[in-house]
Design a protein around this ligand. Structure first.
Ligand code: FPP
Length: 241
């Protein structure tokens, strides 16, 4: 696929793996959930920093398909935190003109939570500012598998010819079908892994792995990463002309 060479400028779509909440809490002698609550506060600051940084799309990894392996206490605490976050932040997000979407498999999530997710998506559907996408029970491989299932169903129903399946077709079945690919993927806490996040979509993304633990990450640090991204040259596999 030939993509045009994009001028070096700020990223339009930033995706963040918010890592390090547990270590942040442990360092303070507190339970891991304390770190997740501190992390949730950072989400607001980072969302608010986006318009001034020219970030139109922000995607954050809140809970992965692998996170169910954590203790029952931590999983239940996170689910309750997501419910609280949505109820508490809904009005402010709407007022700030933020359009919220959720990606991931909702089937395993509890009804109360999915109802709140639907409500928030509907409430902010007409917002025209930052597009905030929250990945909840999300895994890149799971997303591709679910997309393939839907695609195969369309083939079985005679709606899609297998000969027409190409790089443009599959992304239409992904959870992210309305979003552009991320330009910059950031992971906090010093781990240099992508952990099943936006696998298909990040094929040409730039990566930044920073040591800061997520509850210490600020809008200012995001600004520095955006500036440094602007100095990189993205070639999408082409050579410099
Ligand atoms: C990874 O840190 C973080 C998570 C699994 C949860 C991310 C959730 C939040 C930041 C909470 C709020 C989010 C929203 C959308 C309200 P970790 O627990 O793996 O940290 P560790 O590697 O230090 O153990």
């Amino acid at each position: 696929m030939n993509k045009p060479l994009r001028e070096s400028k700020g990223p339009r779509h930033v995706a963040i793996i918010m890592d390090g909440n547990g270590r942040w809490a442990t360092m303070r002698g507190r339970p891991r959930l304390f770190g997740h609550h501190a992390g949730a506060k950072r989400v607001r600051e980072v969302v608010e920093a986006c318009p001034d940084l020219g970030i139109k799309y922000l995607t954050i990894f809140a809970f992965s398909t692998e996170n169910w392996k954590r203790t029952q206490v931590e999983v239940a605490g996170l689910m309750s935190l997501f419910r609280r976050y949505i109820s508490k932040e809904a009005r402010a997000l709407k007022e700030r003109n933020v359009q919220v979407r959720f990606i991931g498999d909702r089937v395993r999530l509890d009804r109360k939570l999915t109802a709140l997710m639907d409500e928030l998506e509907q409430l902010t559907a007409d917002c025209t500012g930052t597009n905030l996408t929250i990945a909840l029970n999300y895994g890149g491989r799971d997303e591709v598998a679910r997309a393939t299932q839907r695609l195969a169903q369309d083939v079985a129903d005679g709606k899609l010819d297998p000969a027409d399946v190409d790089e443009e077709t599959l992304p239409k079945y992904l959870d992210t079908h309305v979003l552009p690919d991320p330009d910059l993927v950031i992971r906090t806490s010093g781990e240099a892994r992508i952990s099943n996040f936006l696998l298909w979509q990040s094929a040409y993304a730039e990566y930044e792995f920073v040591d800061t633990l997520w509850p210490d990450f600020t809008g200012e640090e995001l600004g520095r990463l955006v500036t440094s991204y602007g100095k990189r040259e993205r070639r999408y596999g082409a050579v410099k002309t």
